[in-house]
Design a protein around this ligand. Structure first.
Ligand SMILES: Cc1cc2nc3c(=O)[nH]c(=O)nc-3n(C[C@H](O)[C@H](O)[C@H](O)COP(=O)(O)OP(=O)(O)OC[C@H]3O[C@@H](n4cnc5c(N)ncnc54)[C@H](O)[C@@H]3O)c2cc1C
Length: 405
């Protein structure tokens, strides 16, 4: 056990608690403070890629994630205008690259719950809900962190502080680190239906629909009862209010346009998200680090944001363990910002921006070219594999390993 104070993590979202587990399993003392009273179960990430599944395996939680999720080796990109599949990609082609040649569709609140339960069983970890990190002061040998709880505010000494406190990160703002990038003018509407799609639609649980007027994405998740739910993602229209987007008739009209069927859709959940492409100007200042959405946010097309955030946490936990155990000089902590930031720009920002552009393209010639490129990539085994290595973040992990060698 370390003689220094614990590592404190602001934020008990999936990145915060998985990072805490990675630290605690290396015998480090860790305290997680989560502002809300419980794990947030609103529908957000579900897609867990191969590179991340390998990391979750190293933490001993991959079987549970697979058991509570759905395994899907394929994804399809459709042309909504003629209802044809433009291209189908198959992670099965990566069978020699990973032990997990598929994605697991496991909702992020399940991943967070799994990690919290594991942390609770460890003597060197605590997770406190209804506890908000409000401010901190850095010293040469520690960080004093103020935590606001129902019982009042208390000061906690930390050897290091990790801000895993989401896109609006208090930690990032307190460090005065700019969140560089932009916010998309449209927001994303997420609808969850208990309708069970059948036929060709049910063959694959990850589908993207290109359409010059209004694109969409259709995903299946297991749901808390394991019975299966489909989620549909649409961009909101210019100046569309929440009230208009959530209007029952408007929702039915949107769904029917993409997936016509007799009778209306049972919609059990609806949500609207602002969508950004932003990366923090720096992921570290002194003894304070940013991980997950506090460091980078992106559109969800491709399912990369949380995956990359977990990779942040794994890298950071390994670097901190080496330093705290005095196996390496604190200088290695510089690697975190030096590698994570450019990797995010190259593999997450560029990819998700390209994914969105391809679905929403209005220019007929550019659209035809995107579709021809997708068909050619899917038809050529080498190009298909290369595309999937990038889409699954295996490439970004390999690039980091090469840099470390
Ligand atoms: C519709 C949608 C679909 C998505 N799909 C995918 C996908 O398939 N795959 C993927 O990889 N990503 C996806 N994402 C992105 C993913 O949801 C985020 O990247 C992920 O939630 C980031 O996790 P996090 O722990 O960094 O942040 P968050 O999940 O935002 O958690 C931050 C936590 O910190 C807490 N907090 C905030 N401030 C404080 C404070 N001051 N003190 C203490 N606690 C604090 C919050 O309450 C929250 O619990 C999707 C996003 C959306 C909106």
């Amino acid at each position: 056990m370390q003689s220094e104070p614990p590592i404190v993590i602001a934020g008990g979202g999936p990145v915060g608690v998985v990072t805490a587990l990675a630290l605690a399993q290396q015998d480090l003392e860790v305290q997680v403070f989560e502002a809300e009273a419980r794990v947030n179960d609103s529908p957000r990430a579900a897609t867990t890629h191969a590179a991340t599944l390998e990391m979750l395996e190293s933490l001993g939680i991959v079987e549970e994630v697979m058991r509570r999720g759905l395994i899907e080796p394929k994804f399809r990109i459709w042309d909504r205008t003629n209802r044809e599949i433009i291209a189908e990609f198959d992670f099965g082609l990566l069978k020699n690259d990973t032990r997990y040649p598929y994605v697991v569709q496991c909702e992020q609140h399940k991943l967070a719950d799994i990690a919290v339960n594991r942390l609770r069983a460890l003597p060197n970890a605590t997770v406190e809900f209804s506890a908000r990190v409000t401010s901190f002061v850095q010293h040469g040998d520690r960080v004093d962190v103020d935590v606001e709880t129902r019982a009042g505010t208390r000061r906690v000494a930390a050897s290091y502080l990790i801000g895993a406190d989401g896109g609006r990160s208090t930690v990032r703002k307190a460090l005065d680190i700019e969140f560089e990038g932009y916010t998309h003018p449209e927001r994303f509407l997420v609808l969850t239906t208990t309708h069970g799609f059948s036929g060709v639609l049910a063959e694959c649980s990850r589908n993207y629909y290109s359409d010059p007027d209004e694109w969409a994405a259709l995903f299946k998740v297991a749901g808390d009862d394991g019975k299966g739910r489909w989620r549909v993602l649409f961009p909101t229209r210019p100046n569309e209010t929440d009230e208009r987007a959530f209007d029952e008739a408007a929702i039915q009209e949107r769904l029917q346009k993409f997936f016509p069927k007799p009778g209306s859709y049972p919609v059990v959940h609806r949500n609207i998200y602002h969508v950004h492409q932003r990366v923090a100007a720096s992921f570290r200042r002194g003894r304070v680090f940013l991980a997950g959405d506090s460091a980078h946010v992106n559109n969800p097309l491709g399912g990369l944001g949380l995956n990359f955030g977990i990779h942040d946490g794994m890298e950071l936990s390994s670097l901190l363990a080496h330093v705290i155990r005095k196996e390496s000089s604190p200088q290695i902590l510089e690697f975190y910002d030096r590698f994570r930031r450019p990797l995010n720009v190259e593999y997450v920002q560029q990819q998700t921006v390209a994914n969105k552009k391809r679905l929403e393209e209005k220019d007929p010639a550019a659209r035809a070219k995107h579709h021809a490129d997708l068909r050619a990539t899917a038809a050529d085994p080498a190009a298909h594999r290369a595309y999937l290595l990038r889409a699954s973040l295996i490439d970004s992990v390999r690039k980091r390993q090469v840099a470390a060698a």
